[in-house]
Design a protein around this ligand. Structure first.
Ligand SMILES: [Zn+2]
Length: 82
């Protein structure tokens, strides 16, 4: 066990031992998003990616909906500026 506790970035729940947590990895410019099981996403985190800790499928769905809305809005703004 590590000394640091992980909390869900969507609902704020503290990670327990039996939870099936996910990590959402995204590029800073909303180019894409990847959901990985937390156990498989333990590599050193890179500074040019955003890592979001998620406590389960329910919060993953909420996070993806929010990301999708944000990504769509960003793309529309880019179109308007051109
Ligand atoms: Zn959550």
């Amino acid at each position: 066990m590590r000394g640091t506790s992980t909390t869900c970035d969507v609902c704020g729940r503290v990670k327990g031992e039996t939870n099936h947590w996910l990590v959402a990895v995204s590029l800073l410019d909303h180019a894409g998003i990847l959901y990985q099981p937390a156990e498989l996403a333990s590599d050193p985190r890179k500074s040019d990616y955003t890592y979001i800790d998620i406590c389960g499928h329910n919060c993953a769905g909420k996070h993806f909906a929010a990301w999708l809305a944000d990504s769509t809005r960003t793309q529309q703004e880019d179109v308007c500026q051109q």
